[in-house]
Design a protein around this ligand. Structure first.
Ligand SMILES: Nc1ncnc2c1ncn2[C@@H]1O[C@H](COP(=O)(O)OP(=O)(O)O)[C@@H](O)[C@H]1O
Ligand SMILES: [Mg+2]
Length: 342
């Protein structure tokens, strides 16, 4: 891989709660290469958002804390940098798009004023007129019709899909090197979701930013991601390029996610959700956190006693890591699945 732009190493994040310490993220490592789209997938509560937000200074401390780990952005240490430097990075070199644009937009300011403000904060030499011109261009780029007029409207005058377009316009306003998109389509209708995917693609073509796409939606990952990190109960359980993840998954959890994916060409009765619930992050199961739900662990002691380390299962040219004691047994499953899929 090219020199990564963002590196996360052995990151652990905890929250103190009334019920005990929540281990939201445990020993997570991943890299982001310039210009790539890295998908982070897993069920709700698996630590996807916290793994990213914590290194950007966006979790409340307390109750949150980062007892161990490292994170660098363009070689700079994110975990020790000043909060003013972090603020400068956010909205500048690192931009973010969240699930619900209504909570990220200010209801009492026009869409245009908010985008212009984002430009002016990070570019002190820009005039108000130029910022406004650039704002209209950005709104056109993300497909807001009549941008010249709608620039003066308030968030409540925009539909959900249009608000998300405006958020994407704001996110790319300062030509970021990294765009964090956390469940960017989750709050939207299916038809609008497809449009937002196209807008994200256009945004990437425009900025060449690397994108961290955080989502529970494997369909979105298939559409956009180059590489995929699969998280379960706060840990990375599998990591590979998107083709490999879909065609040769080597972790039973990933295989379960694939089987529960609602494919457009699938009959509804073929959907097989993973049985059981994600575990408690306060008192996780011993050994592999997935073992109570895992079809291949049944009766195997090691799954109940030893946390499986993330280890290489691929070849040098196509790195592929899995954290399953029995990853070798899954080697030919992808081919078998393909054979039975029709
Ligand atoms: N502020 C907080 N206080 C307590 N627990 C939190 C807080 N933020 C997140 N968590 C917990 O951390 C875990 C991981 O959350 P998150 O990263 O948001 O999951 P995901 O994005 O995968 O749905 C969850 O169990 C969640 O309840
Ligand atoms: Mg999340």
């Amino acid at each position: 891989m090219a020199q990564p732009i963002l590196e996360i190493r052995d990151l652990t994040v905890e929250f103190d709660t009334e019920d005990g310490v929540v281990r939201a993220v445990t020993g997570v490592s991943y890299d982001l290469a310039p210009g790539e789209v890295l998908g982070i997938v897993g069920e709700s509560g698996s630590g996807k958002s916290v793994s990213m937000l914590s290194v950007l200074g966006l979790i409340p401390k307390p109750p949150g804390r980062i007892p161990s780990g490292h994170a660098t952005f363009e070689g700079e240490d994110l975990l020790t940098m000043s909060s003013s430097r972090l603020r400068d990075l956010r909205g500048g070199r690192i931009a973010m798009i969240f699930q619900d644009p209504m909570t990220s937009l200010n209801p009492v300011l026009t869409i245009g004023d908010q985008i212009s403000e984002a430009i002016l904060v990070h570019n002190s030499g820009t005039s108000d007129d130029d910022a406004r011109k650039r704002t209209v261009e950005l709104l056109e780029l993300v497909g807001v019709p009549f941008a010249e007029r709608r620039v003066d409207q308030y968030p409540h005058e925009f539909s959900g899909g249009m608000r998300q377009r405006a958020m994407i316009a704001m996110a790319i306003a300062n030509d970021p090197a990294v765009l964090i998109a956390d469940e960017p389509t989750t709050a939207l209708d299916v038809t609008i979701q497809a449009q937002i995917v196209e807008v994200l693609k256009a945004a990437q073509r425009e900025t060449h930013a690397a994108i961290v796409l955080i989502t529970h939606d494997l369909g979105l990952v298939a559409e956009l991601a180059d590489r995929v990190v699969v998280m379960y109960a706060g840990r990375v359980v599998e990591l590979a390029d998107v083709f490999t993840i879909f065609n040769e998954p080597r972790h039973p959890y990933t295989i379960g996610l694939m089987n529960s994916l609602a494919r457009l060409d699938a009959d509804l009765d073929r959907l097989e959700p993973i049985p059981g619930q994600p575990p408690s992050l306060i008192t996780p199961p011993p050994g592999c956190a997935f073992h109570p739900r895992c079809a291949i662990s049944q009766g195997r002691a090691i799954c109940r006693t030893e946390v499986p380390p993330l280890k290489a299962v691929g070849v040098q040219e196509a790195p592929h890591d899995s954290a399953c004691h029995f990853a070798d047994e899954l080697a030919n499953l992808g081919a078998a699945r393909a054979g039975t899929a029709s």
